[in-house]
Design a protein. Structure first.
Length: 177
């Protein structure tokens, strides 16, 4: 059977197909079969045909394999958790520094999921005013987060952490400008 499948499918699929043929044959009564070899080949053809049909329906050729090195596990180290908590505290503190209306607009947009026009209608202001509040608020938040990163980079300027922080600062500063 392996020889039958060898030129028709990829090497790593052969064992699965052989097993599928054997499973199909397991429940059959072999006493009524005149030519067992012919019967096995016919079962193998049917398995191959069924696999082809299933692959066409599921568009298997369009899928890619997810490998561990392409998607490494998330590293939830205590240091990373601490940094996330510090960043959250910095962001919340920066939110408290915003004017009341700007903070309200940002909360309605980002946390409540409202659209700009919905916020404008609710607060009886123009959509462009909402946009201006958001722009000023985001600049303020980014500046506070960058200040926090810069102060941490001064404490830990060497190593991988310092390199990552410098890259983030460069990316964030280009987004603010």
């Amino acid at each position: 059977m392996r020889a039958f499948f060898r030129n028709k499918v990829q090497e790593d699929e052969i064992d699965d197909l052989v097993q599928e043929v054997l499973i199909r044959m397991h429940g059959r009564d072999a006493s009524g079969i005149d030519n067992l070899e012919h019967y096995v080949i016919r079962a193998a053809r049917n398995v191959l045909r069924d696999r082809y049909r299933r692959d066409q329906v599921r568009r298997r050729q369009d899928h890619c394999e997810l490998l561990e090195h392409d998607h490494p596990p998330d590293d939830m180290s205590p240091e990373r958790i601490l940094r996330a908590r510090e960043q959250l505290a910095t962001t919340l503190q920066a939110m408290d520094e915003l004017p009341e209306r700007s903070r309200t607009i940002l909360v309605l947009l980002r946390w409540e999921g409202m659209s700009y026009s919905e916020v404008a209608e609710l607060l009886d202001i123009s959509v462009s005013a909402v946009q201006k509040h958001v722009t000023r608020s985001m600049r303020h938040l980014m500046a506070r987060v960058l200040e926090r990163h810069e102060s941490q980079a001064d404490i830990e300027p060497s190593g991988e952490r310092g390199v990552l922080d410098r890259r983030r600062r460069m990316a964030c500063s280009s987004a603010v400008n």
